[in-house]
Ligand binder design. Structure first.
Ligand SMILES: Nc1ncnc2c1ncn2[C@@H]1O[C@H](COP(=O)(O)OP(=O)(O)OP(=O)(O)O)[C@@H](O)[C@H]1O
Ligand SMILES: [Mg+2]
Length: 297
C-alpha cells in the first residue's frame, strides 16, 4: 500500500504534467541581513497593492519557524510550509486567504530546525512552487533575515531579489554581508539585487545609503545593486502593526502608503527576463549550476 508521502508525490507529478505553460509568475524575494528592518510589512503591503491592481498575488512566508505574515494579520493558519517541505501536504492545500483576498502560506512557528534544506526538501519545494506558478501572477517570498543556506536557497528561486535595509549602521553592515554571501553563490553578473531602504528621514538619506552600499558592491562583489526606492519612517506603520492591519488599508493617505504604492508600481514595471526561467521548472539545474548549495549539504 502506498504511503501518504508517495500519494502526494504522485499528485505533484500528475499536476505538473498538466498542459504546459511557460513559467510566468514573477517570483520576488524580500530579504535582509539584519532582522526587524520591515521585510514582512513590505511584503504584505506590496501584495495588497498588487491585488488591488488586478494581479493575482501570493505571499510565501519562508521565515521558517518565526510567524510573520499571520501575526500582522491576526490569523492562525492550520498548516505551514514545513508540512510541504516534509512532504505531508501539497502547497495548494495550505493557502490561507486573509483580508483583501491576500493569499499567503505560513512559515509556521516554533520550528527552527530548517536552517538548511536537504536536496530532497529543495526538490519537493521546487515541485510545489511549480503548482503555485499555475495559480498566480506574482509570488512574494518573505525570506526571513540572515545569511543561512535556507535564505540563499529561497533567493535562488527568485526572479527579483529585494534587499531591505534601514539607515542603521548594523543593518547596512548586515545587508553588505548578505550581498557578499549571495554574490559568492551566483555566477558573475547573473542577478541584480534591488535595494529598498526603509525608515529613512528623507530621500537624501536614502540616496546616500544606496551610494555607499553600491560603491562597496561595485568594488568588491560580483553583484550589481540597483536603487529601487526609499520608504519613510512613519508611525502609521507601527500603529497598523499594533492593530494587525496592513498600513495601506488602515492609513491609505499616509506617507508610507504613498511610498509603498510607488514601490509597487516600480516593481510591476520591471521587465523580468524569463528567458532563463529561474525557480520553478529549471530549479534543480539552477541549484546545481548557479548556487553551490547542494555541494554544501
Ligand atoms: N517605515 C517604517 N516606519 C516606522 N516603523 C517601521 C517601518 N518599517 C518597519 N517598522 C517597524 O519595524 C517593525 C518590524 O517590521 P517587520 O516585522 O516588517 O520587519 P522584518 O524585517 O520582517 O522583521 P523579521 O526579520 O523579524 O522578520 C514593525 O513592527 C514596525 O514597528
Ligand atoms: Mg518578518
Amino acid at each position: 500500500m502506498k504511503d501518504q508521502a508517495q500519494n502526494l508525490r504522485d499528485i505533484i507529478k500528475k499536476k505538473n504534467k498538466e498542459p504546459k505553460r511557460t513559467c510566468s509568475a514573477k517570483v520576488i524575494a524580500i530579504t535582509s541581513g539584519k532582522g526587524g528592518v520591515g521585510k514582512t510589512n513590505v511584503a504584505l503591503n506590496l501584495a495588497i497593492d498588487f491585488i488591488n491592481r488586478g494581479k493575482k498575488t501570493l505571499i510565501l512566508d519562508a521565515d521558517l519557524g518565526l510567524a510573520n505574515i499571520e501575526v500582522l494579520l491576526g490569523i492562525v493558519p492550520k498548516y505551514n510550509l514545513s508540512d510541504v517541505i516534509y512532504g505531508k501536504k501539497i502547497i495548494t492545500d495550505i493557502i490561507t486567504i486573509g483580508p483583501n483576498e491576500v493569499k499567503f502560506i505560513s512559515g509556521g512557528s516554533g520550528i527552527r530546525e530548517l536552517t538548511s534544506l536537504t536536496e530532497t526538501q529543495i526538490k519537493t519545494f521546487a515541485q510545489n512552487l511549480n503548482l503555485l506558478d499555475k495559480m498566480v501572477d506574482i509570488i512574494i517570498i518573505d525570506t526571513g533575515a540572515g545569511i543561512s543556506d535556507t535564505v540563499m536557497t529561497f533567493l535562488g528561486f527568485a526572479d527579483e531579489v529585494l534587499l531591505v535595509t534601514t539607515p542603521e549602521p548594523t543593518a547596512i553592515t548586515d545587508a553588505y554581508a548578505l550581498l557578499k554571501v549571495f554574490s559568492d553563490k551566483i555566477k558573475k553578473g547573473d542577478i541584480n539585487v534591488k535595494l529598498v531602504i526603509n525608515k529613512v528621514k528623507d530621500e537624501n538619506e536614502g540616496q546616500k545609503i544606496f551610494e555607499k552600499i553600491k560603491k562597496v558592491a561595485d568594488k568588491f562583489l560580483n553583484i550589481k545593486v540597483e536603487d529601487l526606492g526609499y520608504l519613510p519612517n512613519d508611525e502609521c506603520l507601527e500603529k497598523s502593526v499594533r492593530s494587525q492591519e496592513a498600513v495601506i488599508i488602515k492609513y491609505p493617505k499616509s506617507e508610507i502608503t504613498i511610498a509603498l504604492k510607488k514601490l509597487a508600481e516600480k516593481i510591476l514595471n520591471i521587465k523580468t527576463d524569463k528567458s532563463n526561467a529561474k525557480g520553478l521548472k529549471m530549479f534543480i539545474e539552477l541549484v546545481k549550476n548557479k548556487i553551490n548549495i547542494i555541494k554544501d549539504l
